[in-house]
Write a protein that binds this ligand. Sequence first.
Ligand code: SAH
Length: 376
Amino acid sequence: MSATSRLAQIPSENNNQEQNSPEVTQSGKSYESLGASISPLLGASLSQLTQWVQQQDQPAYRGRQLHSWIYQKGARTLSEISVFPKQWRQALADVSIGRSSLHYRLEAADGTVKYLLRLADGQIIETVGIPTAKRLTVCVSSQVGCPMACDFCATGKGGFSRNLARHEIVDQVLTVQEDFGQRVSNVVFMGMGEPLLNLDAVVGAVKSINQDVGIGMRSLTISTVGIPNRIRQLAQHQLQVTFAVSLHASNQKLREQLIPSAKHYSLEALLADCREYVQLTNRRVTFEYILLAGLNDLPKHATELARHLRGFQSHVNLIPYNPISEADYQRPSPQQIEAFVDVLKQQNIAVSVRRSRGLDKDAACGQLRLSVGLEL
Ligand code: SAH
């Protein structure tokens, strides 16, 4: 709100400069070359944007204006930033803010909204907005598709195209915020892709979502299936985010059966890396555990899981399987889930059960695939 009133007080520029002048700044650099150096602008910090406007002989306060128009007002093009001098706006017509376009929007009965977003190169990704009474959570993708090929996950069945850039991740949060007309409270990296295979862009996006969009670090969650050496790299960034690891099995054999990459990263090594993460960051780890009826959801599995986690600063988040057409697993009954929870509780393991959202529109965990299966 204050940004809006400040913007309103800024005197409008005189627009009577010569229209036939070449598109060159006072320092002689072409706008075009300057634009290219930071384009797209989304994901840039206030100081980067300020530097950028100053390079173009604009006063520093234009950086704050630009920041506010990108992150608060949802500007999609520079030409719509009405507080900027007209000639400058025209000169910057080719500089991209980096917003994706909405390809398709699908609302589930529980209010969860799945978005198919079209990126600049035509690729499509999925993002989910999950409203509750007090929160609006966005489930963001970090890659187009996913190379991990977990057997129970629809995204993995569709293959992998490429990593997302930082601005393509930040864009997803802004898109949901604008569509709901409500501030996003939480962001989870649980959409398409494996965040730790795209660590630089993910860390850059986390910082921008925190500092530029204004969502608290502790309200952001990075979820990974575990990639050798990358957990330490993430820990070194010392982000105060929630860190979640998709464990899904209580022993190596079962884990390999569900997650092909587990063959190259033993459960023991993964857990050791998680322990190190706790030491390095002083943050607890959340272990996600998908419940597949008859396969990994028996009381003996809960006992085995508890043995691994004894004395570990952790929390278990159980995810009852969300059905996908490409796999033959079953969701356990509420009684089976309760029995699993009870065993963990008896062993003093902190545990919660994730509520599935958006199931009827394939918007729940593991159900995100490219546009396949949607009637467009
Ligand atoms: N690559 C990251 C993010 C993936 S999606 C990771 O593996 O953690 C977020 C969570 O949804 C993961 O725990 C994932 O294993 C889980 N998931 C995948 N398919 C699922 C399905 N069909 N039902 C329930 N959860 C699923």
